[in-house]
Design a protein around this ligand. Structure first.
Ligand code: 9MR
Length: 376
């Protein structure tokens, strides 16, 4: 199909008209281009939601119809002390999303990371017993999900429980409770809000070994009659990895289990990064070197082109799986907000998203929209 970009003035708030043979399609934002395919989401945090960045809200409303709190619903943020819950920022995110008709995913209930040490200890610092930790997990899930019942439609119930070797991660949850901790988390979550969709979320879980571990989790939950609605593939990806054939296989294998598949935290890193730091194991970091931060003032055209082509291919693949993929969420609103500026090497200038630091769409933005419109 021949496509011509009719609009020349691509300012971000403008409506863009694409011409596809005899059809003229008006696209005022990302979410429009993918309407009928899958939801398009973003992660948000305080700067966007508390109005510190005044451009953020209208921009998010224009481009996204799904939202995830980047940090505000993690245990350490929302439940910082045994009797202390802090819902303020998460409440603001949920109100904003509801007012603008966005699909909300609560992120995340049970994770080994960003969970304070006290969660696993009694009042004098001794490790909790299995029963006491289950009780604490249940209270947390009931309190947080209860607070958002009828508002937050879906939850990442368990995050990152499988290692790259496909084996269950030996986290404090696992060590204290045992290997049924995942079942318990899903059981409590379903009791807390029977209407909420419940997901398992991980990184690198498109890769065959890890994928096998996640498939075991889904099968086991299903065998035990427990609810699980979806698997999130986080999608912390790179210019040279993963091979999209693997992503394609992963999507198909998860979908064959009868669950929704979502890309939940997507970005494409463009900076030189040792491959042992691929993924999202935030306990690993490397030291800053100028040679690892080569594009401080701008992204060279050659790398911009690589990014554009990779995004186009990726969205081509996701669109070919649109019967299986229910949502694609970017991990950040624009390049300036991406966690990839500070991980795995702090203080770099990265360009992993579709919008630049001034909210301007990058060539990759037009490329993914064109992929969507090819099929319209
Ligand atoms: O993007 C998040 C960053 O701001 C936080 O510092 C970090 C630690 O909580 O978590 C980042 O988000 C992670 C997500 O919650 C789970 N998957 C990996 C993401 C990147 O680390």
């Amino acid at each position: 199909m021949k496509r011509n970009l009719l609009s020349a003035a691509f300012i971000v708030l403008a409506t863009i008209i694409f011409s596809c043979n005899d059809k003229h399609i008006t696209v005022s934002g990302l979410k429009d281009a993918f309407a009928g395919d899958f939801l398009i989401g973003t992660a948000v945090d305080a700067p966007q939601i508390l109005g510190i960045d005044r451009e953020a809200k209208p921009f998010i409303i224009k481009h996204f119809n799904a939202i995830t709190a980047e940090n505000a619903m993690k245990w350490e943020s929302i439940h910082p002390g045994p009797d202390k819950y802090n819902f303020a920022l998460a409440d603001s995110i949920v109100s904003f999303a509801l007012a603008n008709d966005m699909f909300i995913t609560g992120h995340t209930l049970v994770w080994h990371s960003q969970t304070p040490d006290w969660v696993f200890q009694d009042s004098i610092g001794n490790p909790l017993t299995r029963e006491a930790l289950l009780e604490r997990m249940k209270n947390h899930i009931f309190t947080v999900m209860g607070h958002y019942k009828g508002k937050v439609q879906s939850w990442d119930v368990v995050n990152e429980a499988i290692g790259d070797d496909g084996q269950i991660r030996k986290s404090k949850w696992y060590n204290i409770i045992g290997d049924d901790y995942i079942e318990k988390a899903f059981e409590f979550a379903h009791e807390a809000d029977p209407d909420a969709e419940l997901y398992y979320n991980d990184y690198n879980n498109e890769e065959p070994l890890k994928r096998a571990g996640v498939i075991n989790i889904v099968r086991n939950l299903r065998n035990k009659g427990l609810r699980i609605d979806g698997v999130g593939i986080q999608g912390h990806w790179h210019l040279d990895s993963p091979d999209f054939k693997i992503v394609d296989e992963g999507i198909s294998e998860y979908a064959a289990l009868g669950v929704k598949v979502m890309i939940t935290e997507m970005e494409i890193n463009v900076l030189p990064t040792p491959s042992w730091l691929y993924g999202a194991d935030i306990s690993r970091i490397a030291e800053y070197k100028d040679s690892l931060n080569p594009y401080v003032s701008e992204l060279p055209d050659s790398v911009q082109t690589l990014l554009t082509n990779r995004y186009a291919r990726l969205f081509g693949l996701l669109l070919s799986n649109k019967d299986k993929v229910s949502r694609v969420t970017f991990w950040g609103v624009h390049d300036g907000y991406s966690w990839k500026n500070n991980w795995p090497i702090p203080g770099r200038t990265n360009y992993p998203l579709l919008f630049d630091r001034n909210y301007q769409p990058k060539p990759a933005y037009y490329a993914v929209i064109e992929e969507a419109l090819k099929l319209k």
